[in-house]
Every structure is written in structure tokens, then in C-alpha cells.
Design a protein around this ligand. Structure first.
Ligand SMILES: Cc1ncc(COP(=O)(O)O)c(C=O)c1O
Length: 403
């Protein structure tokens, strides 16, 4: 069956964060201007990382069937649920996981906060690699740990890890944890196995626990290979906590379901204690049903959506090269998020934000929210129908043309 990703869906009235809200500092405000009514002045929201596509039909059907039952009392996952996760990891990546390693949380971000609280004492440090997904910074600050930065290096249009700096920083005994973004949001790198081996060895040699956020791991462009950190060898598996979820892969973020995979029993028991201490037992019925349907029946949809997003990326790269040459596109290897180097426009961060949001009326994620390393960059979400992308790029071209 061919899915119709070109079709626009009106998300207005669905409480969609992307379409109906705006981030103002720490607050998320309901914002009428993001009206999805299809007038010429609507803001095109291309920020938050969800897709403007319907999820696989198999997921919708499974949710409807469960909803029709009409009784939504307490539920807990049974063996088929855990097997769906394990089968997905084995089928896609050859990663054999024992279902007992899976801990369930209502999202990767809540898990990151709880992981810091579990393994890092007050005053100890956690290392991250900016520019990086901004809730990483928050998870550390929220839990009274110190932030240690190992910024990525950006050379010749490509990002890589600064391993010498990593080694120096991990040498500080206060650094207890490193949060790896794999694939990396926002720069779009899919770390090679060699890079992961080097990163992991440095952490392991220095007794630094690795939390690998692999939420984008299923969204990989052709020619790149995603390597789950824990398959590298048993030392890596025993020294890491892997965060996964079907939410980016199948556009299910509102169902708040994620799997935190912890092969090391001692580490797992400690995290389970934190879950208990927060009164968290399992996930919602609908998250459970959707995960299973997606992992069991969503593979063909995923292939098609990746193909469509790949087409969007090709369009964007060609359009920007031809019509907006002042912007450099950092070609992503994975994720539907594209990191744009806008520094040659020579605008400060507020002028750049005003240009995109108020003049072009395209709502992007400002690069600086990923850390000061991201100043002068913008992140655009291309998981949208192509006509929206076409319109957004036209608007950006027009306002830059007037500078
Ligand atoms: C790297 C990364 N981790 C986690 C999340 C969010 O995870 P969740 O919605 O499960 O909390 C995102 C969403 O954009 C992300 O990019």
C-alpha cells in the first residue's frame, strides 16, 4: 500500500504543541497565530520534532479496537509487548536484548532526568556534546549535577567528536556520566561504529557511565548505518543505558511511551528503584497498544516515510544551493531535522529569529537553544508534506533576498 504523505492534515484543535503553541523562555504558550487554517499568513511550524504525517494504519486500527472495548482500568504489559520491542531490535539491528532489561517510562526526557538522579550525586558532573538537544542540559541542571561540555568540532561542513577533549574531561573523577545523542540531534550525525568504539572506550576506561539516547535510531538515510551502542561488545553493554522509543520513528510522541534498556542488572535495579520512588509503574494502555502495533506491523510504513523524507531533504538541499546560497545545509545522515548554518547572513541571534519567525513566518528552532555553539544556526523539521516545505523555503528565500 502506498501512503500519501503529500496530503496536509489540519492539526488545529488537537492541542498540537507544534501547531498551536509557542515557546517563550521556559513557558509553552497557546498561540493563536499558529492557526493551521490554510490562509496565506499562517505560520508554518517546522520546529518541535514530530511529523505532520498520520502514523501507520495498523496503529490507528489497534488503538480504535482497544478504545471500543471501553474499559480502561489498570493494565500492565505482558510478554508479547516485550517481545515486540526485542524482535524489533533484533530484526533491525541484530541486537539481542533480554526482555527483562526493558524499563518503561513515559518518555525519554523524563527518563534522562531520572537517570541523572539515579546515578549522579549532587555536585558530580555529567558530560554532553553540544550543540545538542536542549533537554540534556536541563536534565543535568534540574538534578543538581554539574554540566561538563565536550563540544563537537565543526570542520569542512561536517561535525565530529573532539576525542582528545573528551579524554581530558573524562579524566576528572567528578564526571560520572556522559549523555550521548546517537544519532545526534540537531547536527544529524549517525556515529560510525569506529567513532562509538572510541567514545565508549574513553568513557569505560574512566568509569563514566554512558547514557545513549537512541530515539532517532530508526530514522537513517540510505548509505548510513546506525549502530546501537550496546551491540559493540559486552563491556559497552554493561556500562550503558540505552534510551529508545517508537515515538520519533512512528510519530507517536503524544502517547508517551519509551523503553529504557539496561543490560547491567545492578544499574537496572537502581533505576527501577527510582521509578518506584516516583510512583511510576508501566505506561498508558494506548502507548502500549501503539508500540506493539508499530513494531509488529509498521516496517513498510517506515520504509515509505523515510523515502518521502529523503525526497524532502533532496528538495531542500537543491533549493537552498540554487536560491539561498547564503545558507549552508549540513547534510544529515539521520533524523528528519536539518541543521542550517546561517552565519553568513551576519545577523545576531535575535535578528535571525525575527527574520524567520516574524518576517518569513516560518517557525524554526533557533540554534542557540542547543547551546551557544549553535548560535547563527537554525534547525528545520522536514517531516512535513512537501508543499509545506516548498512554501517555507520560498518564504525564507524572499526575506533573505530583501536583506
Ligand atoms: C534526542 C532526543 N531525545 C528525546 C526526545 C524526546 O523524547 P520523549 O518525547 O520521549 O521525551 C527528543 C525529541 O525531540 C530528542 O530529539
Amino acid at each position: 500500500m502506498k501512503h500519501l504523505f503529500d496530503e496536509e492534515h489540519d492539526r488545529k484543535g488537537t492541542c498540537s504543541v507544534k501547531w498551536e503553541f509557542i515557546q517563550r523562555g521556559e513557558d509553552l504558550l497557546h498561540w493563536d497565530h499558529t492557526d493551521a487554517c490554510f490562509g496565506p499568513d499562517r505560520i508554518l511550524p517546522m520546529w518541535v520534532a514530530d511529523m505532520d504525517f498520520r502514523c501507520p494504519d495498523a496503529v490507528v486500527e489497534a488503538l480504535i479496537a482497544r478504545a471500543e472495548h471501553g474499559i480502561f482500568g489498570y493494565t500492565a504489559p505482558t510478554d508479547p509487548f516485550y517481545l515486540s520491542v526485542a524482535n524489533w531490535m533484533e530484526r533491525r539491528y541484530g541486537w539481542k536484548i533480554d526482555p527483562s532489561w526493558i524499563c518503561l517510562t513515559p518518555g525519554v526526557v523524563p527518563a534522562l532526568n531520572m537517570l541523572v538522579r539515579t546515578y549522579v550525586s549532587q555536585g558530580d558532573s555529567v558530560l554532553i556534546q553540544p550543540p545538542v538537544y536542549y533537554p540534556f542540559h536541563k536534565a543535568i541542571e534540574n538534578n543538581d549535577a554539574e554540566l561538563v561540555l565536550n563540544p563537537l568540532l565543526y570542520e569542512d561542513g561536517k561535525y565530529r567528536m573532539d576525542l582528545a577533549d573528551l579524554e581530558a574531561k573524562c579524566g576528572d573523577p567528578k564526571v560520572k556520566m556522559a549523555i550521548l545523542c546517537s544519532p545526534h540531534n540537531p547536527v544529524g550525525r549517525v556515529w560510525t561504529k569506529d567513532e562509538l568504539v572510541e567514545f565508549g572506550k574513553i568513557c569505560i576506561d574512566n568509569n563514566v557511565l554512558i547514557v545513549s539516547d537512541e530515539i532517532h535510531g530508526d530514522l537513517i538515510y540510505p548509505d548510513y548505518i546506525f549502530t546501537p551502542l550496546a551491540i559493540i561488545n559486552d563491556d559497552f553493554a554493561q556500562n550503558s543505558v540505552i534510551c529508545t522509543s517508537p515515538s520519533k520513528t512512528f510519530n507517536l510522541a503524544g502517547l508517551q511511551t519509551s523503553c529504557i534498556i539496561i543490560p547491567n542488572q545492578d544499574l537496572r535495579v537502581r533505576f527501577q528503584k527510582t521509578l518506584q520512588a516516583n510512583g511510576l509503574f508501566g505506561i498508558s494502555i494506548f502507548g502500549m497498544v501503539a508500540l506493539q502495533a508499530a513494531y509488529d506491523h509498521g516496517e513498510e510504513w517506515l520504509a515509505q516515510v523515510l523515502d518521502y523524507i529523503g525526497g524532502n531533504l533532496e528538495y531542500l538541499e537543491k533549493y537552498v544551493a540554487e536560491h539561498i546560497p547564503e545558507i549552508d545545509v549540513i547534510t544529515p545522515e539521520g533524523t528528519y531535522l536539518v541543521w542550517l548554518d546561517c552565519r553568513r547572513l551576519q545577523l545576531d541571534k535575535w535578528e535571525l529569529k525575527k527574520l524567520m519567525l516574524e518576517e518569513a513566518k516560518v517557525y524554526l528552532d533557533e540554534g542557540f537553544i542547543f547551546g551557544p555553539e549553535g548560535e547563527g544556526f537554525e534547525r528545520i523539521n522536514i517531516a512535513c508534506p512537501r508543499p509545506i516545505l516548498v512554501e517555507a523555503l520560498d518564504r525564507i528565500r524572499r526575506v533573505i533576498g530583501r536583506l
